[in-house]
Design a protein around this ligand. Structure first.
Ligand code: SF4
Length: 199
């Protein structure tokens, strides 16, 4: 049985008075970025992305997600629950990385849906038992996968999308998949009836 960390990025935030192990830091791909404070770290990550022509995306969300998923005890707004289906070995992370790389390396233009439709899908995933935490394994792999998936969805996010995990059946990143046209996705068998992929 494994522990799944449930965190809502709208409320899960590092406790500023507590410094995470190894100080305020974040891995953007393989680059370890450090700051002398939480706010400084956000600034460092933003600057790093700007200087390296990386989509700025949701810096605060990415940093909070990294810190709160690795050290939930250093964050407000994180609940720990025990769930059977979570695989902490990093298998889902590896599958998501492969999925995102295949999309990125395909020669065709990726088709996206509207933010409104993506938000509807996000709400379905949020309430689905197959939406699970994929952040297991090495921290730099997590950051690299976050970068990769953000690039596939071109930095898109909706009100509900940032709290999504991965789909245990589809083996994709829900935060990203909800923005893709269904033609970009292959349907797994035995999806729940109310899954947006069935609609
Ligand atoms: S089964 Fe469908 S609704 Fe459930 S998490 Fe996967 S994609 Fe989302």
């Amino acid at each position: 049985m494994a522990i799944q960390i449930i965190y809502d990025l709208s409320v899960a935030k590092p406790i500023i008075g507590m410094i995470p192990p190894s100080g305020w830091h974040y891995f953007d791909s393989d680059a370890k970025l450090t700051g002398y404070s939480y706010d400084n770290l956000l600034h460092v990550v933003e600057t790093y992305r700007a200087e390296n022509h990386i989509p700025i995306g949701d810096v605060e969300g990415d940093v909070n997600s990294y810190i709160c998923s690795n050290w939930p005890q250093f964050c407000h707004g994180v609940d720990m629950v025990v769930i059977n289906s979570v695989n902490p070995s990093g298998e889902l992370l590896n599958d998501i990385q492969t999925w995102a790389k295949n999309l990125q390396n395909s020669n065709k233009n990726i088709m996206y849906v509207t933010d409104e439709l993506a938000e509807e899908r996000a709400k379905t995933c949020r309430n689905c038992p197959n939406n699970v935490n994929w952040r297991g394994g090495c921290s730099s792999c997590i950051s690299a996968t976050e970068r990769l998936t953000a690039s596939v969805r071109q930095g898109r996010d909706t009100a509900s999308s940032a709290v999504l995990g991965g789909c245990a059946l589809q083996r994709h990143d829900n935060r990203t998949a909800i923005f893709l046209d269904k033609d970009e996705l292959q349907k797994a068998t035995a999806l729940p009836e109310n899954c947006w992929l069935n609609l």
